[in-house]
Design a protein around this ligand. Sequence first.
Ligand SMILES: *Cc1c(COP(=O)(O)O)cnc(C)c1O
Length: 389
Amino acid sequence: MNPIPFAKVPIGKKEYTYLTEVLKSGWLTTSAKAHKLEDLFAGYLGVRYACAVNSCTAAMHLALEAIGIKNGDKVLVPAMTFTATAEVIRYLKADPVFADVEYRTSLITPEILSQVLNSNRQIKAAIPVHFGGQALEMTGNGTSGIAELCRIHNVRLIEDAAHAFPARHNNQWVGTFGDVACFSFYANKTITTGEGGMLVTNDQEIYNRAKIMRLHGIDRDAWNRFTSGKPSWEYDVVAPGFKYNMPDLNAAVGIAQFEKADAYREQRQRCALMYYKKLSNISCLDLPVCKGALQDHAWHLFPVIIKPEAPVSRNRFIELMAEKGIGTSVHYKPLYRMTYYRQKYNLDEKDFPNAERIWKGTVSLPIYPGLTNTELNYICSTIKCILTP
Ligand SMILES: *Cc1c(COP(=O)(O)O)cnc(C)c1O
């Protein structure tokens, strides 16, 4: 058996075709391909606006800036996420408020959200994460869903959808519940541009602000300057913006990947089903809980939890898997365990019992379109050997 990496990007003919078009065009940065990817994305989700950027981190920074988050404001984030979700709050000198997550889904539940919002009335915005590609419980009976609770509490909602293209909750696409949503096209995400991201919103004000701040605070982008009929050497700067635009080189790969997104999702679901079938009777292993239909899950990650009674620790498990040629990863070491957040906000793991229980045993298994059933069988039998000696 050849080594099985944790992640592997499937690249086909389309990527080469679209990339070659860009290379031949004589213009490598933001232009027709980036605009096309925006149109495709907005069309797929059924949102008014999509703004292509060079990372999901950039999209989240732009989103917070556009909704007016500033010095001293409080923004809710899950303790169990990648640092990007929280760092963007610090970019604006605002402060994250960390929430615990549910065991076996790593999601913020409406109950958790409501409890944190009730005990912290100053929270202005929330950035919950559709963890692993599973949609958060955004809507319920009109007052019980995460989006509904945010509205009631007058809290702006930014969806961290970095894992969740495409995913649904109650027949509605992830990315359409909040004031704004941010997707990632980083190298190991469900579709990739190498580096890249997308901000989507139905709010014209948020879109206009994000679009201007994406490119230096200039009131229209370079593409318009070069292609509009008007004499267009002149532009105005209305704010000290950022350099967050997505180059066409990246967008070309993104279009190719976008066209295969549904097929990719189905392939990852095949992997997940195989794991459920082959691993569910190992008593010292907790598998992730899928709360809705399999088809509504983006299946970006398959994080399992090695329970304390297992014959090996999580760290030893990862070593043994590596010895057998199987790559794994950990999502995530929680933010209260990271030096910066821990010291700055005086955080204690006792306040995050579920995240702590997840962290101690969690390990993410390979899950990507190119993973063959033979490889999946090998992964599962190796896990069985390690955990049921
Ligand atoms: C990857 C990731 C991000 C950041 O995405 P980039 O495109 O790398 O900036 C944000 N949030 C979560 C949960 C992620 O996994």
